[in-house]
Ligand binder design. Sequence first.
Ligand code: SF4
Ligand code: SF4
Length: 408
Amino acid sequence: MQSPHNNMNKLLTDADLCVKCGLCLPHCPTYTKTQNENESPRGRIALIQAWAGGHLAASKKLLEHVDNCLLCRACERVCPAVMPYGRLINNFREQMAADRGSTLAVSLLKTVSHSKAAGRLAQSGLKFYQTTRLQKAARLLRLPSLLRLAKVERLLPDYRERQALAAYYPATAKIKGSVGLFTGCLGTLLDYETVTSAIKVLTAAGFNVAIPAQQGCCGALALHAGDTETARQLAAGNCSAFAYNKLDAIVSIASGCGSQLQEYQQAEFAGKVTDISQFLIKSSCDFSARLSPLAASVCLHTPCSLKNVMREEHGALELLQQTPGIKLTPLPVSVQCCGSAGSYMLDHPQMAEALLGDLLALALERQPEYLLSSNIGCALHIAAGLRERGIKLEVLHPIVLIARQLRH
Ligand code: SF4
Ligand code: SF4
């Protein structure tokens, strides 16, 4: 365990890298919305610097300003001083962890994410809740609102009948290599079609796919809440679950998780993690002759974790361009965070909703027939926003669209 003195030094060393130029300010969603310096990257760094230097008390206000950060890391992408902003915030939150509570919604999310038994129970519960009359009855009695779980309830996708995953799927084309598929904690629960699509496309591209049952949550929720010890344990569990020295890559189908895996201290494991679309493009996979034409307008959203942390934003666009007839209308890379940001949408609903409104306005201008996103958190948040506005528009992972078009 680090001594408090070392931790303060770490915070001050990182914070001192900021030259206060302010170039990050126009890229920060919370600053754009509030025009308040304390809600900007530069302001938050100055607050942490003052606290770590003993010039400022850890007030409720200070914690709020830091907690309002989405950790979208748009500031880090544009910073000329290469300021490790994400690391600074996570280290600060670790220092503050004891003073912070969680809402019931966020506590539930953490329990389901961190425990396999709770995840299995949630899966059975979701099936029972949606396939009996329980959901209708609960809504009539306004139970989700009374229990302050309305935000969680609105995010739930429709339950689809699903089969247990095998631990191994052999390539169905000439063998190119072997990969591990990271499904994490909520992948199979909330995003089953993305998992099965990933298996279909990877095996059709010539890759054997291993899906170790022992893998678990990537640890992002814990780390961002300041629970570094749990994040470390989850990282160690994933590193021992994957026989990564025998794999060409560990493929991620949710950039929120992929970005966390790429920052594990276990460098060999972290170095093998890549986004699925980027991996297929880098492996020179050309599906164009095997995809049925799709004469549809498709809007592509690039999650912050994919562009600002993984820096792998080109793969999905290049992969989708292989579909004959597709009309791709990507959102500009400069578009700000959708407000999902892990558990942020649950504990900062107003800011999350304001940012989602901006993103949906931009997306709907393009009149898409599909909206694609490479991160499950963003996809659920966007889909819930569309449902609430009464707009029928399917939100999918890019790999699902490729799998649906793929001829055998
Ligand atoms: S761009 Fe970097 S150096 Fe400039 S104010 Fe922002 S964090 Fe500091
Ligand atoms: S991580 Fe995002 S929300 Fe937080 S300070 Fe940087 S740009 Fe702003």
